[in-house]
Design a binder for this molecule. Structure first.
Ligand code: DSN
Length: 432
């Protein structure tokens, strides 16, 4: 079935580029840990006429008329988000993860406050206080990260930093941490230091829904997430929060308002204008899909696949940061090799395996070169791959890494084998 008949006729250049990207993604192994595949239903809602509607404000309190149906859309998205994660309050308007995190700063803090978070090279996100981002420019990052030897959080070391620095807010969340996060341990520290605790679950939300990763909602003041990545919704963000502020606005100029109201005001009118209702509709669709057993099985399978892949690579003698994984990602550790993470990521891409180079704990190479490659299993799992398939994926990764110095001789064969292998799978949103 032709998916974009109008576009094909009206703008063949863009149509052809979308077709080429679809073909590329259908014939390669998409192992970027922050990607997966949205369903056709999610894509249809994204492409709906709701894109035209303006409705600044929130359901029942808008600055435009004619909101009967879009109020219902946004209310459904809010209720579904709250139910999925057991949250008291949800805001589904952030345009993406970074704007969601920006709103958290505005809802909780004053400019110049101390924020504890992981620097990007330690596995954090730009918005957790990294120096080139607004969060590191307008606020003061107090850095923490996994132990450079074990690759795991050392909670006593983190407690010591928090007690010494007394940050107003602690971020807990990562883009490159392969282990489970125990939010209760972070909540204990935040309570001891009178800090807000905010979890960023963009990378692991489906694992939480599937029950294979702890849920931060009971322990955190605020939880932020994207709705794309492994959640397989549209490209957007959302914020879950408690209704009341446990510090009653002690740190915030607008202390008369409760936490939920401050979050809402921070998003609109604080940072954004009109909500993207087509995206909010798609988010509601994704939340409905995420509540099904099929999705929960996908979430659990992501971890089974990551573990199977990790074990297969360890068996072949490769090192992994932190020794393995209990989430969706693993980080190949090439510190002892005579090639870099960047060289490996380039060689893998030439051979049909798409990933990204990444720092590893204790890395001696620069962030532009690194000693690691981050690999994720959400997309492969969404295609229907299981543990036995991970053995084949490990074989291809092993062949690339062993032949990295003359990869041009091997890349095409591996790429063709992978393209053939991909024919065995459906690809949500691309191929039925
Ligand atoms: N850029 C994302 C990642 O790849 O982890 C995080 O937002």
């Amino acid at each position: 079935m032709e998916r974009y008949p109008n576009l094909k006729e009206s703008d063949p250049e863009i149509y052809n580029l979308i077709q080429k990207e679809s073909e590329y993604e259908s014939t390669t192994l998409k192992m970027i840990a922050s990607e997966s595949y949205a369903s056709f239903s999610v894509l249809e809602a994204c492409g709906s006429m709701l894109t035209d509607k303006y409705a600044e404000g929130y359901p029942g309190a808008r600055y435009y008329e004619g909101n009967e149906f879009v109020d219902a859309v946004e209310s459904l998205a809010i209720e579904r988000a709250k139910k999925l994660f057991g949250a008291e309050h949800a805001n589904v308007q952030p345009y993406s993860g970074s704007p969601a995190n920006h709103a958290v700063y505005r809802a909780l803090l004053k400019t110049g406050d101390k924020v504890m978070g992981m620097p990007v090279p330690s596995g954090g996100h730009l918005t957790h206080g990294w120096r080139v981002n607004f969060s590191g420019i307008d606020y003061v990052q107090i850095p923490y990260g996994p132990d450079s030897v074990t690759g795991r959080f050392d909670m006593e070391a983190i407690r010591k930093i928090a007690k010494q620095e007394r940050p107003k807010m602690i971020w807990v969340g990562a883009t490159a941490y392969p282990h489970k996060i125990e939010y209760k341990d972070f909540a204990d520290i935040a309570n001891e230091t009178e800090s807000y605790l905010v979890a960023d679950i963009a990378h692991i939300n489906a694992l939480i829904i599937a029950g294979v990763h702890p849920n931060p909602t009971p322990y955190c003041d605020i939880v932020t997430s994207t709705s794309h990545k492994m959640l397989r919704g549209p490209r957007a963000g959302f914020i879950l929060s408690k209704v009341e502020d446990k510090y009653q606005g002690k740190y915030h100029a607008d202390s008369k308002l409760n936490l939920a109201k401050r979050v809402d005001r921070a998003v609109f009118p604080g940072l954004q204008g009109g909500p993207h209702l087509h995206i909010i509709a798609a988010m509601a669709v994704a939340f409905k899909e995420a509540a099904t057993d099929e999705f929960k099985n996908y979430g659990a399978q992501i971890v089974k696949n990551a573990k199977a892949l990790a074990n297969a690579l360890l068996d072949k003698g490769w090192q992994l940061a932190g020794g393995g994984t209990d989430t969706h990602l693993l980080i190949l550790d090439f510190r002892e090799q005579d090639f870099t993470g960047k060289e490996a990521a380039t060689a893998l891409a030439k051979s049909g395996i798409i990933a990204n180079f990444n720092m590893v704990p204790g890395d001696h190479r620069s962030p532009f070169i690194t000693s690691g490659v981050r690999l994720g299993t959400p997309s492969l799992t969404a295609m229907g791959m299981k543990e036995s398939d991970m053995q084949l994926v490990a074989n291809w990764i092993d062949r690339v890494c062993k032949n990295i110095k003359n990869i041009d001789k091997h890349a095409n064969n591996i790429k063709n084998e992978i393209a053939d292998f991909c024919k065995n799978f459906k690809i949500p949103g691309i191929k039925e």
